[in-house]
Design a binder for this molecule. Structure first.
Ligand SMILES: [Zn+2]
Ligand SMILES: [Zn+2]
Length: 239
């Protein structure tokens, strides 16, 4: 329930009360927190509004750091999205699901089988044995994910894995640039490897050129590793 749904004597008397301003600020500020987690420093992003429901993208490890951030900021994690099924992006799925049983684990249909299988998610290569609970929801291209009134669109970006996805929104209607979480498809100054099982160099280039590069040039890209970039900057590099 939002603050504006609660009874408030100040507001009822015609004054702008403190909870009105709190509610107003939570409407307009999309917060993106990056936490570098796990042995490969995967970028885990926590997307939220202030004191609200939160979406966790790619919790690759360091559950305590993730939970600490959520608790400190009074966030309720409701959606967990894995941009793909590799171990460095799903390592904390199990512990987070145990801690927050209602959280919805989402992954593209074509990577769903990697979640539970440490061979397929390649965690065994790194000496770990990650087995995530199964997906609560499998995603496909163009599907919508809703969070606090924002709408995120799933972009299927095969190439690094068969079911790699990007998560995009341009519903930042207060003048902010659109946002893309690109997983391991595209980084600042590079792109994901394609020599792992299920990888395809041709598919990856097609995902980048025919999907990501067709987005608004001002789109800010938050990749699965390293620093953020923009569609415009990466297009320049590809020339
Ligand atoms: Zn990967
Ligand atoms: Zn990765």
């Amino acid at each position: 329930m939002g603050c504006m749904d609660k009874p408030c004597p100040e507001r009822d008397a015609g004054f702008f009360c403190s909870c009105f301003y709190l509610e107003l600020s939570s409407i307009i500020m999309l917060d993106i927190q990056k936490l570098e987690v796990g042995p490969l420093d995967a970028c885990c992003y926590i997307v939220s509004l202030k004191c609200s429901d939160a979406m966790i993208i790619d919790p690759g490890g360091d559950t305590e750091t993730i939970v600490g951030y959520l608790e400190e900021n009074k966030l309720r994690p409701v959606i967990l999205v894995n941009t793909h099924g590799h171990g460095d992006h799903i390592g904390a799925n199990k512990e987070l699901k145990e801690k927050f049983p209602d959280i919805q684990i989402c992954i593209h249909t074509d990577d769903a089988e990697m979640l539970e299988d440490p061979f397929k998610n390649l965690s065994l290569l790194g000496g770990k044995r990650y087995s995530s609970p199964p997906a609560c929801r499998t995603l496909s291209h163009d599907e919508k994910i809703k969070l606090n009134g924002y709408e995120f669109r799933v972009l299927h970006l095969p190439g690094h894995t068969p079911g790699g996805i990007g998560i995009y929104t341009d519903s930042t209607d207060n003048g902010e640039a659109p946002i893309l979480f690109s997983g391991d498809t595209l980084f600042a100054g590079g792109y994901g490897r394609t020599d792992l099982p299920g990888g395809s160099h041709n598919h990856l280039l097609k995902s980048i050129k025919e999907c990501i590069f067709k987005l608004d040039e001002n789109t800010v890209i938050y990749p699965g590793h390293g620093s953020s970039t923009t569609v415009k900057a990466e297009k320049e590099r590809f020339k």
